[in-house]
Design a protein around this ligand. Sequence first.
Ligand SMILES: [Zn+2]
Length: 568
Amino acid sequence: MSTKRPLRAKLATSVSLGAAALSRATGRGDGSVIGGRLGLMIDPNLLANLATGRQIALVSGTNGKTTTTRLTAAAMGVLGDVATNSLGANMPTGHTSALARAGSTEYAVLEVDEHYLPEVLTSTQPKVVALLNLSRDQLDRAKEVAMIADLWRRTLAQHPVHVVANADDPMITWAAAGATGAGAGVTWVAAGQRWHDDSWVCPDCGSHIERAVASNGAAVSNMPVAPEPESAPAPPADPPETPTGVQVVDEVTVVASGDGTLDGATELITAVPAPANGGHPSATMARSHADRPAGSVDERTLLMPTVPVPEAAHPAGRPLGSAGSHPATPVLAPIATPQTVADTIPGLPAVSALPAVPTDPTATTADGADWRCTGCALRRPTPQWRVEGDAVIDPTGRAHTIQLQLPGRVNRANAATALAVAAEFGVDPALAAPRLAQVVSIAGRYAQVQRDGRDVRLLLAKNPAGWLEAFDMAEDVPTLLSINSRDPDGLDTSWLFDVDFSPLQGRRVLITGERAYDLAVRLDINDIPFTHVNSFGKALRSVPAGRVEVIANYTAFQDIRAELDRVN
Ligand SMILES: [Zn+2]
């Protein structure tokens, strides 16, 4: 058996390479998939065999994995040649092909589809796994976010792998916290999370996850922030809006203290009335966190008056939730303390295993603000790596300036993750950082193309979280949106209704693609005027010379690239 396996692996590798070469020669793509598939048919353990003897990093998450894989491979280049599936073939066939093609490199960085991470982790026994983010994607076929997080958590518990994880994504944090076995560990990166709608609910206990508000006053959550009270309570207000897909029982918005953490912050609590109160509208009041021990979770025996009420309206010592002069004071049951939750839920990391109260400066940014579960010990770990302006700050506090050719805060965060992964292989971030500037457009993403006097930039956005990031990157110029719903895109376009298009307010907006009318309905609801055009070419001709932003989902993006006759 032991002599057979390598021979079979050699044969499988040869066939794999031959098929890939044939595929390329006949113009049928780069051959990663067909080559890998044939190789795995001959030797089902080919991926494991090809991985043996290499030091491997895997990169997974809903968004940014292709870019982060490229950045990580560039950072790891300090050590020598690095094998990578740079063309985004991110399933085992693609990994097999990439390793077969690379020959005997000592290092490999592989982008992995979220659903295949357990399988690939088992096959390749990586040294490091980078987990970026989890959000809804391809609604017609992808697993629910919480299911993926659970799958990852259980998988990581079985492998001695080091995890580099995004501390700003509660789902990622919970999954990564599963890496508790011998030889496992976690490095936390403040990689940000603009999209919150898949992590309002704790994956462990089902309680609400509360988030701080940025020091600039911008609400990190899209939950309503109660206005500053000016005088005595006003008449009952309308019930608060409920975020999409969340059943709110106890709605909490926390206004952070100056450092962006929750502690010492003022909390505005809104609670749904108990039926006994005759359905009286919900209520809000302000109180301070300062009087409770750091890291503790509120015991919400309270329930609140109707509308924003000044602190003075509730003299010290008055039991919160007692009727007082406010008629609507339903009472919520107290929420368990972290320890009692940890004691009763199997698999939850002990309270002491969670990092201490975050006090790092990253918490002052809207995307790196503090969060925690209101029902258990899950909370934002203190990140060791973070982004500050154009620099990545490493665990020793050194700042490494990153001059990326890729736009947006999200790519600086991807760079931080790349440097954190490379550091686990012994790469000095000071040596790796300059290499990140060499990474340019990846398969056309972020490409800038001159055409007919227009300076066109292409942004790929495949799901709601990706669209929010694209809006952040896009300049305030004429913007073309294009949506298809072919197989690679996912057939269900209802996710468009999850995206808030209001950042496009005031811009010239054009729409195209096979599902342009879905976009039209969505934009109309957001009150954003638009023009429908039949093609990318027509869109270009209808805007003045100068900068044009294009945001498109997968096959719509490919169509536009083809129209631009641009390979990369
Ligand atoms: Zn929880």
